[in-house]
Design a protein around this ligand. Structure first.
Ligand SMILES: *[C@@H]1O[C@H](CO)[C@@H](O)[C@H](O)[C@H]1NC(C)=O
Length: 525
C-alpha cells in the first residue's frame, strides 16, 4: 500500500515537473474589438488552460463589444485605453462607413480609411513606453498576435519577440505569406468567385491578382510614418517582410467552407474556436421559443460592431420583413438605440446580447440571419444551421460566396433588401430542405475532423516553442529573389539558348543553300 502511494507521489511530481517544463510565457496581442477580441480571448484562455503563462496586451476601447460582459479572464491582461474624444471620432468614422456599405457603396477607400486609423492608434500604442518596457522585461517566449492589424507585428518586433500570426478569417493575404496561388482555381479576395471559374472568372481573378500589388502597396504605406518614428533607420522593418517572419500562420477557417487549395507546412487552418457544445437557455428564452410551435425560430445578428443600425429605412425594411414570417425572431440589437416610432412586431424579441452558440444548438432553430462574419458562419456549420447573409464589408461577401457554393444558404446585398424579398428569402431557405441537408453535411465534416481546433492550436504552439521556432517549416522561397522564384533567370537562359541555336541553324542553312545555289550555277555555266 505504502509503495503504491509512493509511486503515486512520484507520478504527481513527474507530472508537475512536466507541466512546469512545458509551460511557456506567451504574450497575446489584440488591438481591435469585436470578433477579433473574442477570438484572441478564446486563444488566450485555451493556452492558459493548457499550462502556459499567458498575458494579453489589449488596447481597450469603448464600443469594443456593446452589450457584452466578458467573463473574468483567468489569464493576465495589460491594457490601456485610447482617449474618449478620439474613440468618439473613431466610432463616427465607423458608423459613416457602415452607412455607405448599407447603401451598397464599397471601395478600397473605406479600407484605407480604416487602416489609417489603425496606424494612428499604433503610434499611440508604441508610445506607451511604460507598458512596452514592462513587457520587454517579462521576456516572453513567443507572441501570438491578431495578424489582421499590422501593428501587432510591429509591437512584437519592438519587443524582440518571435511571433505566431493568427488571421481571423479566410486567406486574404495568401501571396504575402508566400503561398502558391494557382489563379485557375483559387479565387482571390474581393472577387466573390468560387473555385469553379469560367473563362471570364479566371480573367477577373488574374486581373485582380495584378491589381492587388498596387492596393497592397497603398495599404502598407499607411504605416510608413509609424515605422519611421519608432524604429531606427538601420533596423527598420517593413510590413511585407514581417509577413514572412511569422513562425507559424494560423487561419480562422476550415475546409467545410474554404475551397481546397495548396498550403505551406507552417500554415494551418484551425477555424471554429468559438463553437462549442450548448449550454441551456434562460427560462424566459425557452418560453419565448416554445410558443413558436413547429415553425421554430430564427436568430438575427449583424455583427458585434453593428448592434444598432445607422439607417432608419434599412431598419424599417428589416423590421417589416420579420413581421411577415411565421417564425419567432430573436434579434440582437441595442435596445437603447431602438427608435421609438418603429413598432416591434409581436413575433420579434430584441436583446442587447445573446449567446449565439447556445441558440444555434437549439432543436427549434431554423435559420441564422447574419452579416456573414466568419465566427458566426463557423458556429452555424458546427450546429448545422442554414444561413441568410446580409454582407456589409471586409471578408463578408467572400464568406457568403463560400456559403452559397456549399449550398448552405444565400445572401441579399443590403442595398437590395426590402421587406418583401427579405421575408420571402427567409421562407425559401427554411422551407427548401436542401439548405438544411447541406448544413447537416457540413456539420458532419466539421465534427469528424481528425483534431478539434483547440487541440490543434495548443499542439502547434507547443511544437513551435519546443522546436525553437518554425524555421524548419519555412520554404526556401522566402530567401529567394523574385526572379529566381518565378524562374525568370532560367526561362531567360532557355530562351536565349534557343534563340542562339536557332540563329546558328538558320545561318548554317542559309550558307548551305547559298553554296548549293552557287555550285548549281557553276555547273550550268
Ligand atoms: C505619433 O504621436 C506623436 C505624439 O502624439 C506625434 O507627435 C507624432 O506626430 C505621431 N506620429 C505619427 C507618424 O503619426
Amino acid at each position: 500500500m505504502a509503495a503504491w502511494k509512493k509511486q503515486n507521489v512520484f507520478l504527481l511530481v513527474f507530472v508537475l515537473q512536466f507541466l512546469s517544463i512545458h509551460g511557456a510565457k506567451i504574450l497575446t496581442i489584440c488591438f481591435i474589438g469585436g470578433s477579433h477580441y473574442l477570438l484572441m480571448d478564446q486563444i488566450s484562455r485555451i493556452l492558459h488552460n493548457n499550462g502556459h503563462e499567458v498575458r494579453m496586451f489589449l488596447q481597450f476601447g469603448e464600443g469594443m463589444l456593446p452589450g457584452y460582459k466578458p467573463p473574468p479572464s483567468p489569464y493576465q491582461v495589460t491594457t490601456y485605453s485610447l482617449d474618449e474624444k478620439y474613440l468618439q471620432e473613431f466610432m463616427d468614422i465607423f458608423l459613416e462607413n457602415q452607412k455607405e456599405f448599407l447603401k451598397g457603396r464599397r471601395g478600397v477607400q473605406s479600407v484605407l480609411t480604416f487602416l489609417k486609423e489603425l496606424s494612428y492608434q499604433c503610434n499611440i500604442t508604441l508610445h506607451q513606453s511604460e507598458i512596452i518596457n514592462f513587457l520587454k522585461e517579462e521576456h516572453y517566449d513567443i507572441a501570438v498576435v491578431d495578424a489582421f492589424n499590422p501593428c501587432t507585428f510591429l509591437v512584437s518586433e519592438k519587443l524582440g519577440l518571435p511571433f505566431i500570426a493568427f488571421f481571423p478569417g479566410i486567406m486574404a493575404n495568401a501571396d504575402r505569406v508566400g503561398m502558391p496561388v494557382p489563379l485557375s482555381y483559387v479565387p482571390l479576395f474581393q472577387t466573390q468567385l468560387s473555385d469553379q471559374m469560367d473563362f471570364f472568372g479566371r480573367l477577373k481573378n488574374t486581373l485582380m491578382f495584378l491589381g492587388s500589388f498596387v492596393v497592397q502597396k497603398m495599404i502598407d504605406s499607411t504605416f510608413d510614418g509609424v515605422i519611421e518614428e519608432h524604429f531606427p533607420a538601420e533596423s527598420r522593418p517593413n510590413i511585407p517582410d514581417l509577413h514572412l517572419k511569422a513562425e507559424l500562420w494560423l487561419y480562422n477557417i476550415d475546409f467545410t467552407l474554404e475551397f481546397p487549395r495548396p498550403l505551406l507546412p507552417h500554415v494551418q487552418y484551425i477555424g471554429g474556436l468559438l463553437a462549442k457544445p450548448v449550454k441551456p437557455l434562460s427560462q424566459e428564452l425557452e418560453d419565448f421559443i416554445s410558443d413558436s410551435g413547429d415553425s421554430g425560430f430564427i436568430v438575427v445578428t449583424l455583427g458585434s460592431m453593428l448592434s444598432s443600425l445607422p439607417l432608419m429605412d434599412f431598419l424599417k425594411e428589416m423590421n417589416d420583413g420579420l413581421a411577415k414570417i411565421q417564425q419567432k425572431v430573436i434579434w440582437r440589437y441595442q435596445r437603447s438605440k431602438w427608435p421609438q416610432e418603429v413598432e416591434i412586431p409581436p413575433n420579434v424579441k430584441i436583446m442587447d446580447w445573446l449567446s449565439q452558440n447556445d441558440l444555434l444548438g437549439h432543436p427549434k432553430m431554423r435559420l441564422l440571419v447574419t452579416h456573414g462574419g466568419m465566427n458566426s458562419l463557423l458556429e452555424a456549420v458546427y450546429h448545422g444551421v442554414p444561413v441568410l447573409g446580409i454582407p456589409l464589408f471586409g471578408d463578408q461577401y467572400e464568406n457568403m460566396a463560400r456559403v452559397k457554393a456549399r449550398q448552405m444558404g444565400t445572401f441579399i446585398p443590403p442595398e437590395q433588401l426590402k421587406a418583401d424579398n427579405f421575408a420571402s428569402t427567409i421562407q425559401h431557405v427554411i422551407e427548401n430542405k436542401s439548405y438544411k441537408i447541406s448544413a447537416m453535411k457540413l456539420q458532419t465534416i466539421r465534427r469528424s475532423q481528425p483534431f478539434p481546433p483547440d487541440q490543434q492550436l495548443v499542439r502547434w504552439v507547443d511544437h513551435i516553442i519546443q522546436s525553437g521556432g518554425g524555421g524548419h517549416l519555412h520554404p526556401y522561397s522566402y530567401k529567394q529573389p523574385w526572379y529566381q522564384q518565378w524562374l525568370l533567370d532560367v526561362l531567360l537562359f532557355i530562351f536565349v539558348s534557343l534563340a542562339v541555336v536557332i540563329y546558328i541553324i538558320v545561318t548554317l542553312f542559309r550558307a548551305l543553300i547559298r553554296k548549293l545555289c552557287s555550285a548549281g550555277k557553276l555547273k550550268r555555266n
